[in-house]
Design a protein around this ligand. Sequence first.
Ligand code: ATP
Ligand code: MG
Length: 371
Amino acid sequence: MTMRDPCDGLEVYRVGGAVRDELLGWPVKDTDWVVVGATPQDMQRRGFRPVGRDFPVFLHPQSQEEYALARTERKSGHGYTGFIVHASPEVTLEEDLARRDLTINAMARSADGRLIDPFDGLADLEARLLRHVSPAFIEDPLRVLRTARFVARYSGLGFRVAADTRELMAQLVSSGEVAHLVAERVWTEAEKALGEPHPAAFFHELAQCRALNELMPELVPLLEEGLACMSVLPDVGEEQARWRWARLVEVLDREAREQLSKRLKLPRAWCELAEQVACTRHLVAESVVGEVEVMRWLNAIDAWRRGERVAPLLALVRLSEPSLADRLAAGWQAALKVAPRDLVAEGFKGAELGEELARRRLQAISVAIQA
Ligand code: ATP
Ligand code: MG
């Protein structure tokens, strides 16, 4: 028995990022589809599962890819949620493409391979320009962040923001729209940007249109210094984005860093790493690093309970101060050899045990870092 393809007879187009990235020779992560001329009932009858809360989007029963009914949007309030969505079988592909942010994101590919490109996205793609589709760009402040994020991704290919699009981005800031973005959306975009090949470009773009003043004001006065730190990282594999953030904010004082974390509602793990990296910065800046400073640092990063934190921080120190990194590593190894259970066997307990443990660790570090 052959199963009927749920798309059979549907007018379906590949759209957005997949079309763009295929033309750029960039790896395509996920494919979005637009369906023209169908109703939600048609889609469900074919086995698609509705998932959209605010607009009609369906998951393909086999591929699980997203199929959206063609729709238009009209501005109705502040921020990216203030839209009235209109989806009906009469909405054309061109109308759907017209509501998109950038011309390179507003191309579609038909089932027979034709490129539908009413806003000259291909020409902009070849000219390496991020350009708005229409003046309606200013209806959604999230586009400021998305555009900056695309710069972070593609600036290695030569992409930049078109001058008139930059003006609209600045307008979204001066009108107060950008200030309406909720922390979660800002952070989602920032986190993605931090994982892109050129994260500094994201912050530069936001600074240029003054969105940074609204969204991350604490960064503004120290941005260049922070970005310079961010560009130097040990090999931390999967955690790269989190480390980049930590290095970016290590230049802030603690109060500003905490305020920024609160403003962006940062996940705890991000705040913690940022604090550890900042502590490490302070250690490296000490004029003399003796056992007291090393001990203070190990306590501050909670090395005794979270030993796994030490190695990557040492790798960071090693990038600028290899001999200090050697001494720290030796101190840490020596301190680890002081075993609480030996002290218990000697009869220490309670507060005394804690004090003796600290005293012997300090002693061990002192010997090791002088060697
Ligand atoms: P990525 O590679 O990061 O997924 P993408 O362009 O595919 O990039 P998506 O968030 O997956 O981004 O959105 C798919 C498409 O939907 C975009 O290419 C764009 O056409 C449109 N789109 C998404 N968000 C917006 C927005 N805020 N304003 C206008 N169009 C948008
Ligand atoms: Mg996508």
